[in-house]
Structure formats: C-alpha cells, structure tokens
Design a binder for this molecule. Structure first.
Ligand code: IVH
Length: 667
C-alpha cells in the first residue's frame, strides 16, 4: 500500500477509535493496539513530511509552539446572552416572548450554562476548518491546535455542507482541583475558577500545555440548523450529537415558563453534584423559525436568556481567627477555614475586616460558617450558623498586642493599629508596597523575595534596597536565586531610581495617599522639596484633597525620620522630580502602564518607540512578567511575545500600537 493511503487509513481508524472511546465509552481495540497504530502513523508522517496534517490524530497530543494566534472573523457574530437574576426576570422574559409571538405558552429548551470558554468550530467539506474563540464577537482567535487536543471533538464529520457549531470548552471540577493542587506545590498562582482555567489553557501557544490540561467541551448551538432543514433547536442538538459532538444530557424541553422555573429549582440543588461548573441555566425558545421574529439586540438574541445563580454559598468550619499586620499597622482578623470549594476554587482564608465585623456576626471559633465569593472572586464569610454549635466553640477575643512585635494596640474607630514604627511586619509590608507596581515598580522584588531578603537581614528599610548589590554574592547562594535573577533584580532596583516623583510619593506609604493622590501631589508641586514645604492649608486648597489627607501628608513631612529618609534617598540618586509632561497625559492609554517592546518595528527604531511611550506616560521594561500591561511586538518577535501570551498579558502589533498612540504618519 502507498504511504499516502496507509496514512489515510490509519487516520480514519484512529479517529474512529477516538470516537468510540470518548463518546461511546467503549473501544473496539486495546490500548496497545491503539498505540501501535498511532506509532505507525507517527513514523509514516516523519518519513513523509509532505503527508503531515494539522488535523492528524498525531497532533492531538499537542506539539509545535506557535508565535501568535491567527485572527478569525466569525461568519456570523458570536453573540452573548442577556442575564436574568430572579424568577421575576425569567417571567418578564417569557412575557415578552409570548407577547411578540402572540401566544400564551412557549416551548423552551433549558440547558446548563457551562462555566468555560465559548468556542466556535467551523467545518468545510467535513473537515475542521478552525476552532475560534469569541474574541469581541466579531473577530476571535484561531486556537485549533489547542482545541484538537480535546479528544472528544471530531476533526472530521460526515457532512459536506458548510457547518458550524458553538459551545463551551471547560475544565472538569476534578481536573481543576488536581491542576491547582499541582500549581500550589510548584508555587504557581492558582486558577480562581473553571472559566479562567479553561481560557488560560486554550490561550497557550504551546499546545502540549493544553493537551495536559484535561479539558472537555459541550456543544449547544448549531449555527446552520435552518440550512439543514431543522425547525427546532432540540432536534438540531440531537442531530449534532449523532455527528459526534458532545452535547449536555441535562437539557430538558420545558412546556411553558412554569416548567422552566421547576427546572431552575431542580438544578440549583443538583449543581454541586455535577462534575463540571455551571454558573446558571440557559433558556432558549425551541422553535428556531421564530428567532427572526423575536430579533436581537446589538449583543444578544431575544430568543434566549441566561439565568445566573446567586453566588454559591457553602458551609465550612471556622478553625481559627488569625491576625495580620498591614503596612499602616492596621490589624486585620482573618478567618482560617477548613478548605472548601466555592465558586470553582478552594478557599481557606477570608478577611473578617475588623473586630466589629466579627462581633456583629456573633462568630465563635469552631463555628460552622457560610461563605461565598463576592463578585465570584473574593471569599467572604456571610454568617455563623449558631444552630450547629456543639458547645466546644471558643469565643473570639480581640488581641490587644501586636502579634508580631508585642506593642500594645491603639484603637481608632473600628480599627486597631500597631503604632510601633519598628514593627517587622510593618517594615515588610511597607517594603512590599514600596516596590509594588503602582509605586516604584521594581520587577523581581515581590512579596516572597522581600520577606526572604528581610528575614536574611539583607534589607530592613527603603534605603537598604538600594544597597542590596553589596550582598550580591551572598544572595546568589540563597535558595531560588540564580546569578541572572540577582542581577536582574539589582538592575531593576537601579532603574527604579529614575521613576517619576508620583511613584516615589506613593511608595513612601503615607497614610491616606493612594496612587491617585500621589499623582495629584507630584503634578502640583513638581519636586519633592516643594511638596515637603507645603503647609496643611496649601494642601487643603488642592481639589480632591480633604482635611484627613492634608493632615496626614503635612504630619508625614514634619516627622524627623521621614525627612531623614528622603534625604538618604536623594543621596542615593533617586529622582525627586515629576517627569510627566502635559496634563493630558493622564488620558493616554499608556499612562502609568508597564510596556515591553519586542521584535523590529517598521516605522521607528527601538529608542524612538521607547521615547514615544515614555512621553505617553508609560514605563518601558526590558522583560515580561505578570506585571506587564502591554507587549508591543514587531517583526521577528520571539520569546517575549510567547511569554506575554502565556501570562495572558495584552499584546499589540505595530499597527494597533500606533493607532492607540494616535501617531500621525505625516508629522
Ligand atoms: S447559547 C446565541 N447555551 O454563556 C446563543 N451559551 O453568558 C449563544 N454558555 O456566550 C449562547 N452554556 O459562552 C448558550 N448552554 C449554553 C451555554 C452558553 C454556557 C455561555 C456562552 C455564552 C455565555 C452567555
């Protein structure tokens, strides 16, 4: 047999076995036989590179690292759904649908609203043409190589007409838990929920990463249904299922809104038993011939709606209340919880704000508490379940001494403070704040490194950061450091000396002075010396600065230690001037952003681009990290662009950069 024919035969066989395994849960071959055929195909493709194909089963384990994702303009807009948050929202939706159609009752399809990443699969001549993300609804990204690593997705179907289905790529709960456990061990940031995890996996440039992530998908919308003669969404879904697309079995046809409401109630309870995350229920008119009559808004169809669950509330045990000391000395009680999964991720800490919060909720240590995530992100304790007490609970006692230095605490309104200026905790927090992004933005001097360097006594206050280079040799031998990372850190520290004044003002951590106030002060006084001379009255005269901030600022600059600190920083060579140019800068999209340039730009040199960005208020950095806001790339961009994509940092090609910077070519 010709290699070409054998390759075709092997591909068909492997696709069939894949289908059997992933759809029918029954395979007609042994794993060993499957592997043997796969190996034969790999060998043939290697020997005959001209026979390679991106849709080959050999590519479904992941491979080649791409430079960037190609843009795909969707054949039809990829719409989103309007939301309903209550029974009455759903009844209103039904009322409008019935009125528009002039009927009393409508048949709806109720479906799981899968918490994942929307995806479109487009087939031409029965072959997967692309898999694309929604993007802005009009233009998405071609993520085919990543999507085909999801083995339940057919790369070939028995259809010869243009064909498009849409659905959701998601990460099953168990996979997300396992992945987060692994990431925790490796000290990597955890995925906050299934949606982020799915999106993060699909937006990888190296498809081996996606392949390792155990993703799956459900398909819930057959775009060409009417062209195939279907008049009902339910029938369209049954049809795509027969073609090998995984559809969600929990869906149910509901005769009228009452049945929809019963379904919603049923699945509100069943939600925790599903092995994937859902964030609501989608309700669609089943009769697709009515879609045009019902119409669309700019972004959503009027024939469907998404009912969103209220934030998930779960119960767990309040094991302890731990106190932490912030930069300003503020003491915060924190709940130490028995780890529990809520809204897609494991939670074991939640802030309890202050003493009054704990007291008003009547919390006792050992209580069963109800927790949820505010805005689906930040965990919060809703209440204590007093009826679940066993008698072994311990009362909450507010501490009266700093948990770090032992200084007696001072109460101001509802808050407790450690006012000891030498408290270690405050020093560490203060240093973390100083090097943070909106302050001096020292790349590589994050929370963990500050703690490490502080505990090893390499740094103890702000000026000591600038003397860190003296310890270069010692630091190299510390765990987690390499020559290069120490040198990069020292470079970043040096570079921060050039920062504009507002970054330094904010970095000092003056009470009541946030990044915005710091900017106002820098712009108003232009130099540190002028700012230091400002009286309470001068400060109060500035719009946006109230009496509390004015007091705090003037007090700060009267304090001997602070005057000494600024003197020291001056002597170390720190810039003490405002470097922004004109006031309209603040409106520049690059204002205050950290930008990395990579590759060759055709319209200007690297130096010019840096200057342009700096004039627009950006900080141009040399390497990409999660703190980078934009990576601007030209021709032959390499690993920096890859890294940006991997970290989910926004990337801009030259054209978009110039458009945003509004550079006029004729100038
Ligand atoms: S239908 C035009 N059905 O939720 C209709 N969407 O908030 C397109 N989603 O954009 C959407 N499960 O990404 C539909 N069973 C389901 C869904 C679903 C999850 C997502 C989808 C959509 C978003 C709307």
């Amino acid at each position: 047999m010709e290699p070409k024919e054998r390759v075709k035969e092997l591909r068909e066989l492997l696709e069939r076995y894949n289908y059997e395994y992933y759809h029918l849960n029954a395979s007609s071959v042994s794993d060993a036989e499957f592997d043997r055929l796969m190996n034969e195909l790999i060998m043939l493709e290697n020997e005959h590179p001209e026979l390679k194909s991106p849709l080959s089963p050999t590519q479904r384990v992941g491979g080649t690292v791409a430079e960037e994702f190609k843009k795909i303009t969707h054949k039809r807009l990829m719409l989103s759904l309007a939301n309903a948050f209550s029974e009455s929202d759903l009844r209103d939706f039904d009322k409008k649908v019935c009125e528009t159609l002039g009927v009393k009752k409508v048949t709806y399809m109720a479906e799981m609203k899968i918490d994942g990443l929307a995806m479109s699969l487009d087939y031409v001549d029965g072959e997967l043409n692309y898999a694309a993300t929604r993007g802005d609804g009009n233009v998405g990204e071609d993520v085919t190589q990543n999507v085909i690593t999801i083995k339940s997705i057919p790369t070939h179907i028995k259809v010869d007409k243009p064909f498009e289905v849409r659905g959701e790529v998601y990460m099953p709960k168990a996979s997300l838990n396992a992945l987060n456990e692994e990431r925790q061990k490796q000290n990597q940031p955890l995925f906050a929920n299934a949606r982020n995890a799915a999106a993060g996996s699909i937006r990888q440039l190296d498809s081996r990463v996606a392949a390792s992530r155990k993703l799956n998908a459900f398909w819930y919308y057959f775009v060409n249904a009417n062209e195939f003669g279907f008049t009902r969404h339910s029938e369209a879904l049954n049809y795509i299922e027969t073609l090998g697309f995984r559809t969600n079995k929990e869906r149910r046809l509901c005769d009228g809104i009452e049945e929809v409401l019963a379904y919603v109630e049923e699945y509100t309870l069943k939600r925790p038993t599903l092995d994937y995350d859902i964030d609501g229920i989608v309700i669609k008119v089943d009769d697709i011939t009515k879609y045009d009559i019902l119409g669309y808004t700019a972004k959503t169809p009027k024939w469907a709606i998404a009912y969103k669950f209220p934030p998930e509330e779960v119960q767990t045990t309040l094991e302890d209340i731990i106190f932490t000391v912030g930069r300003t000395g503020k003491i915060t009680p924190n709940a130490k919880l028995s780890p529990v999964r809520v809204a897609g991720s494991m939670v074991q800490r939640a802030t309890l704000h202050n003493e009054d919060f704990v007291v008003s909720k009547g919390m006792m240590i050992g209580d069963t508490v109800v927790i949820r995530k505010a805005g689906d992100v930040i965990p919060e304790v809703v209440k204590s379940l007093k009826e679940k007490r066993t008698g072994n609970e311990k009362p909450f006692v507010m501490i009266d001494k700093c948990p770090v230095c032992g200084e007696p605490l001072t109460k101001v309104d509802a808050m407790h403070f450690c006012l000891n200026p030498h408290c270690d905790a405050k020093h560490i927090e203060g240093l973390i704040h100083y090097s943070s992004r909106d302050a001096m933005d020292i790349e590589g001097l994050g929370e963990k490194i500050v703690e490490l360097l502080f505990n090893e006594k390499f740094i103890n206050d702000i000026p000591s950061i600038y003397n860190l280079y003296n310890f270069r040799q010692d630091i190299i031998f510390m765990d987690g450091f390499k020559d290069k990372s120490v040198d990069n850190l020292i470079d970043a520290i040096e570079k921060s000396k050039q920062n504009s004044l507002e970054k330094l003002i904010f970095g000092l951590g003056i009470k009541e002075v946030g990044a915005k106030t710091a900017k106002i002060l820098a712009k108003k006084y232009l130099t540190m010396d002028e700012l230091m001379k400002a009286s309470y009255e001068d400060l109060l005269a500035i719009p946006d600065i109230g009496p509390i901030s004015a007091t705090s600022i003037s007090e700060y600059f009267k304090n001997e230690n602070n005057i000494k600190l600024i003197e020291e920083l001056k002597n170390l060579g720190l810039n003490m001037k405002y470097l922004g140019i004109i006031s309209s800068d603040v409106t520049s999209p690059f204002y205050g952003k950290t930008v990395v340039l990579t590759g060759t730009l055709s319209s200007m040199g690297r130096k010019e681009a840096t200057e342009l960005l700096e004039n627009l208020g950006a900080k141009v950095a040399g390497s990409v990290s999660k703190n980078t806001d934009y990576v601007i790339f030209g021709e032959e961009a390499g690993s920096k662009l890859d890294k940006a994509r991997a970290l989910g940092v926004k990337t801009l090609d030259e054209e978009s950069f110039l458009a945003i910077a509004k550079v006029d070519d004729n100038k």
